[in-house]
Design a protein around this ligand. Sequence first.
Ligand SMILES: [Zn+2]
Length: 343
Amino acid sequence: MKTVYSPLHLSHAHAHEFEGGQLIAAKDVPARAELVLDAIRGRGIGPVLAPQHFGNVPILRVHTAEFIHVLEQAWARWVGKHGYDNREAFPSAWPARGMAPKHIEDIEAALGYYAFDTATPIVAGTWTAARHAADCALTAAEFVLHGERAAFALCRPPGHHAAGDTYGGYCFLNNAAIAAQHLTDRGRRVAILDVDMHHGNGTQAIFYGRDDVLTVSLHGDPATYYPHFSGFTDETGEGAGEGFNLNLPLPANTLWPAYAQAIEVAAERIRAFAPDTLVVPLGVDTVVDDPAGGFRLEGADYTRLGVALAKLKLPTLFTMEGGYRLDTLGPAVADVLTGFEGA
Ligand SMILES: [Zn+2]
């Protein structure tokens, strides 16, 4: 299986995020992608290739031009306003109910308008890293279009929390959605099966009104887990998209048997949709003791997950999403991919 990776993810390096009202050490650290890369190479999963460059056109198929422009300019505007370049750019106010975001020209207003959390700072290299992560996903999509059984986009920053014009959850551009749209634009019928610990709210939002892309997500129940306001079972799509979004929230401490049952429910819905291509936003923050997690998958469960995904018998594009327990991250991703390949 080919992996697509860019070292430019290293330019998105920040020290902090806010959680529980405190500035804490960042969880989406550059070491994450490097550990996954080491595991891919160590297991001999296949060649590691640099992304091709696709420009803005495929990104604009799922994100607005204003949003992209703000992300691209955010750091320069932040430094221009605050006069320092050694701190992360975080929003400090949001347009809550009853407020009208009429003017979002100021960088503080723009960050509050486009961000939805305090976990996702922007630094000097954020846009470069996000752009290259999207290129990794698009390059992997091209491999699938050209007949590969599967490809792995080692994206960092991840993408599945980013919607058409919002960022958060460590995500800026929705790599999986950009790739799914690219595949759809080339005639593929795409189902997305998100197996990250957290609801793929951005992916759901992007395709929510459409019946040509099926979105399915297994995740921690948003009544308890991030992103809190999205991922419930009654979110089934709207308009033409009604019935084309399936959320399978699971409780705290979920173990493999219950997870496997949910995968089977997802697989049944996917088979009924009859896609010809699968996109899997792959997060392994489902692992026991993940600092952002809540489930208790471990060890061979990730091989089992790869086998279960292979049973759909579809050309498959994996995009790297979450996974923050650094001692298990690389092996867990490698286990999913080798489980898939061996099945
Ligand atoms: Zn996650």
